[in-house]
Design a binder for this molecule. Structure first.
Ligand SMILES: [Zn+2]
Length: 471
């Protein structure tokens, strides 16, 4: 006995499409009234007047072709939010939040190649899970797809082939972080040996082009003084070179594309001069960004509130947004947005709609509430494993959790509180790789068995993330 998801039912070009679930939880696409040329794009069989097709990658692709709004598209400068879903099960809950809040365009498919590796997913899995989830919950608006934190040509090609269209190019590893604080003599000597010929320039060139120039901002002129231009060139020049290689690669792939340039995962804040020089150089090289992700001031840790003085961050948001309007416009991108509720109003106000917000792990950690309620022992085992893998995970994430504050022998009834409390929340947040590897099937079984509850957890949590942008 199968039950239909009522929200999934949609009519298009004379045919009706919907999703059903049978008693053991297996989902199936059902199509009625479609022409033979549509049906033959699906794998499946006719059964009492309806055509039934299993949930497979090929059928996801056919569904995107049949219902074109499910194909990821470009959003340009429109306001967007990404909901990265490591489990591939949360999109229907995200849809509920986007429907309720309105205005903001969703990027349900969003994952970095690093995360895909840790979750055992391919770019196609990410796109397909988002397709099925959006369809199930009846999303009929446009969707985006963000190949997040791309660092290699190979992963860009794989994401492009899977159908990603928003490419977050991340050359942050090439930045010279020491140059943020180097003295002038050190900077000068680094500048002498810096080869920027691949982007058809040199530090000397950049000084000629930018030193002493002014960018007129709403709050007053930003003067680019020579020492700061040299610093920006030395710190960010190698990232410009690498970023251009990655961008040029995507341009050669002959797929729809738009670019975000992301240097948010670096240790030192992006200076205003650096922002100006990087973007103006990209423009000189023929790249029109739709989005730029600077490294903001303060600490953006996983799954917890912003750490740092809010007035300094507000000033930082405001100034970067003024630069983005003066040079572009293009959107500013707020990464690691998860759970930083205090800063959304500031970011929304500064960017006035020209914004992209990304959350990644918050869906994962909030989904664990459902585990805490229905299989607390599994949650406790996951926490234990996350603690064991913490040292390894610390290398890729900024974390301030103190493991000594986590109860050493937590009880079953404390499981939900472990998802909430900062220290255990961060440990669980970054422990997804090890826990999915060991307990992935069990975790997904619990979530599938309680999927309505999972969607409700996502809905309430994401409304809090989205609402500040539409006020
Ligand atoms: Zn990021």
């Amino acid at each position: 006995m199968s039950t239909a998801y009522p929200d999934s039912r949609v009519e298009h070009e004379g045919a009706t499409f919907w999703l059903e679930k049978d008693a053991d939880g297996t989902k199936e696409l059902v199509i009625e009234g479609a022409e033979a040329d549509v049906l033959e794009t699906f794998e499946g069989s006719a059964d009492a007047g309806a055509f039934r097709a299993p949930v497979t990658p090929d059928n996801a692709k056919a569904l995107r072709a049949a219902l074109p709004w499910l194909t990821p598209q470009l959003f340009g400068l429109e306001m967007t939010a990404g909901t990265g879903d490591r489990l591939g099960l949360c999109t229907p809950g995200h849809v509920l939040a986007f429907k309720e809040v309105g205005t903001i365009n969703p990027v349900f498919a969003q994952q970095s190649t690093r995360e895909m590796g840790r979750c055992g997913r391919t770019p196609r899995n990410v796109i397909d899970d988002a397709t099925w989830g959006a369809f199930q919950a009846g999303w009929t608006g446009p969707v985006g797809a963000d190949a997040d934190h791309q660092k290699t040509e190979e992963s860009l090609t794989a994401c492009a082939e899977a159908g990603f269209v928003f490419f977050t190019v991340d050359p942050g590893d090439e930045m010279d972080m020491a140059a943020h604080d180097d003295d002038e003599a050190t900077l000068r000597s680094k500048a002498e040996s810096l080869d920027l010929s691949a982007v058809d320039t040199s530090v000397e060139d950049l000084v000629k082009r930018y030193a002493g120039t002014t960018v007129e901002l709403e709050s007053g002129p930003l003067v680019l003084d020579e020492a700061e231009v040299v610093r920006a060139a030395v710190k960010a020049g190698p990232a410009l070179t690498r970023g251009m290689e990655l961008i040029t690669h995507v341009k050669g792939l002959d797929v729809p594309h738009e670019f975000e340039f992301a240097i948010d995962e670096t240790d030192k804040p992006t200076t205003y001069v650096e922002h100006v020089v990087l973007v103006m150089e990209l423009q000189r090289l023929g790249v029109e960004l739709v989005s730029f992700a600077p490294r903001w001031v303060g600490q953006f840790e996983k799954g917890v509130e912003y750490i740092g003085p809010l007035d300094k961050l507000k000033e930082n948001f405001d100034k970067h947004a003024e630069i983005a309007r003066a040079l572009g416009p293009y959107k500013l991108s707020l990464h690691s947005g998860s759970d930083k509720f205090s800063i959304y109003p500031l970011f929304a106000e500064a960017t006035a709609g020209a914004s992209h917000m990304k959350t990644a792990g918050t869906s994962w950690v909030e989904a664990l509430r459902v585990i805490a309620r229905h299989d607390p022992n599994l949650l406790l085992e996951m926490l234990q494993l996350s603690l064991e893998s913490l040292e390894e995970n610390r290398h890729s994430y900024h974390l301030s959790c103190d493991v000594t504050k986590i109860p050493s022998n937590p009880k079953r009834e404390d499981a939900d509180e472990l998802v909430t409390a900062l220290d255990s929340r961060q440990v669980l947040h970054v422990g997804y790789g090890a826990t999915l590897e060991k307990y992935g099937d069990e975790i997904k079984d619990v979530l599938r068995a309680h999927e309505d509850e999972l969607y409700e957890v996502m809905r309430t949590h994401f409304i809090r993330h989205l609402e500040p942008y539409v006020r």
